[in-house]
Design a protein. Structure first.
Length: 283
């Protein structure tokens, strides 16, 4: 959907990517809402939207990671081509014929712009600057500044490729070190669900005969604990906990809020069916 053309709204590449998935997920949620209306499974109507956003987050983060992994290979190849005596225009053109996964399309756009006379730093900033990655933003700025002031371009690309390799190694090291923290976060979340189920299945029936006094302007009404729909409130609590725990796990493990959406989908998608099924069996 072209929102700029229809509504005059300008979206970033990231927002454009998510909009289509959100629309499809919303349509699915509306259909489920109509089908499950007036049933105790109405909460499941949100799952198509959550699934759509989760899939979009997964695809988007995987694409960005593919960009960052292949950036080092591209820069290293470019350095080798320059060392072989090629100028930057020819080196980019030759490199654009290689396979760099998802990075192929951006590199081909850079090569096409350079062919028609666009300066290398301008073409690089125009293409790489639109990629939602801190690494690409840093590399684009460094190359743009250094090419403006001059210098040994081979040494520049050698240093930058080494820098990108170091960043990639640090990311992988961080993931391995934070795995135990992510596991602990998942474990504590499911312990939280177990505690809620124990409270609802074991302790609440003991209080079913208790009454709560409601006083307002001289009038007193007594309401039994069994009249309170704790099942609904506990379910809402689990969904809220799962939605907010996911981004936290994403920030810890990958320093990426979007990656946390995937964790939210997993937590909510697993915990809600468990809670509904166990509640239906024991209550």
């Amino acid at each position: 959907m072209d929102l700029k053309k229809e509504f005059g709204i300008t979206l970033s590449e990231k927002q454009k990517f998510f909009v289509d998935y959100v629309i499809y997920g919303s349509v699915g949620s509306i259909v489920f809402f109509v089908l499950l209306m007036n049933t105790k499974f109405l909460v499941f109507s949100i799952f198509p939207l959550l699934a759509a956003v989760g899939i979009a987050a997964r695809i988007y983060t995987a694409r960005i990671k593919s960009y960052e992994r292949n950036l080092y290979v591209f820069l290293d190849d470019l350095k080798d081509l320059l060392q072989g005596g090629m100028n930057i225009v020819t080196a980019i053109e030759v490199a654009s014929r290689h396979d760099y996964g998802h990075l192929n399309a951006p590199i081909k756009r850079i090569a096409a712009q350079i062919k028609i006379g666009v300066p290398f730093d301008v073409a690089l900033n125009d293409v790489f600057g639109n990629i939602d990655s801190a690494v690409f933003a840093q590399i684009t700025q460094i190359i743009s500044e250094t090419t403006k002031v001059g210098g040994n371009i081979i040494k520049i690309f050698a240093s930058i490729s080494d820098y990108v390799k170091t960043i990639n190694d640090m990311v992988e090291e961080r993931k391995s070190k934070t795995f135990s923290t992510v596991f602990s976060s998942y474990f504590m979340f499911f312990v939280f669900i177990a505690i809620i189920l124990i409270i609802q299945i074991v302790f609440l029936p003991m209080l079913s005969g208790s009454t709560v006094s409601l006083t307002g302007e001289g009038a007193t009404n007594a309401s039994s604990m069994s009249d309170v729909n704790f099942n609904k409130y506990f379910l809402y609590l689990i969904v809220i906990q799962g939605l907010f725990a996911g981004p936290t796990i994403g920030l810890i493990s990958e320093n990426n809020f979007v990656a946390g959406i995937r964790h939210s989908i997993i937590l909510v998608g697993v915990s809600v069916p468990i809670y509904v099924i166990v509640s239906a069996i024991f209550l």
